[in-house]
Write a protein that binds this ligand. Sequence first.
Ligand code: ATP
Ligand code: MG
Length: 204
Amino acid sequence: TADGGAGPVKKRLGVMGGTFDPIHHGHLVAASEVASLFHLDEVVFVPTGQPWQKEHKLVSPAEDRYLMTVIATASNPQFSVSRIDIDRGGRTYTLDTLRDLRAEYGDVDLFFITGADALAQIFSWRDAQELFSMAHFIGVTRPGHTLSDPGIPNGGVSLVEVPALAISSTEIRDRVAQGEPVWYLVPDGVVRYINKRNLYRDAG
Ligand code: ATP
Ligand code: MG
C-alpha cells in the first residue's frame, strides 16, 4: 500500500503495558478510546514480567495475569496480548518492551498508552530520551489523578481524555478478599477466572 507517494503506510501499533492483576474495564476503555482517536490498527496488551523474590508475593503468577488479559481482549479483533515481558522475566523496563516489540513487529509506529498516574513517573524511568525516540506517548485521564504534561520535548506526548472509570486492580483485589462482587468492574470471563483459580482470597 502507498499513501499517495509518500512511502508505505506504517502500521500504527498501540502498546498498553500493565500488571493487569487483574485487567479491568478501565484498561479496556482506555485502549479502545485511544485506538479510535489515534486510528491505531492494533493495541497489544503487555503484562509485566514476574518480579523476583520479595516483590513476588505482591503480584499474582504471570500465567494467571496473562490468561485474564487474553480472556478480556479475545473478542476484540483489534486487541492482542504479548508475552514478551513475561518471557523475558524479572522486572519490566519500558525500554525493553519497546525494543522487543519493534524487533517482533518491524517498522511500525508505536504509541505507548499510559494512565495519568503512570505518566507522572515518566522521568524516573531509565533512558527517558531513548524512550521518547522509540514511541509516541499517550497519557490518558484517570479518576483521582491529575493528567499533566511531563515536559517531553518535540510533542512526544499527547494527553487525551477517556471515559472516566474509577476502577483499579487494587480495589478489585480488595473487593474479592472481602467477598464483595466484582461483576461489571471486570469482564465476566475474568470474574469466572478469578473464582476458578481462587485469586485474591487472602486479604493483603
Ligand atoms: P494496581 O492498582 O494494581 O496498580 P491498576 O488499576 O493501576 O492496578 P495497572 O496494571 O497498574 O492497573 O495499570 C496499567 C496501565 O493502565 C497504567 O498506565 C494505568 O495508569 C492505566 N490505568 C489503570 N486503570 C485505569 C483507569 N481506570 N483509567 C485509565 N487508565 C487506567
Ligand atoms: Mg497501577
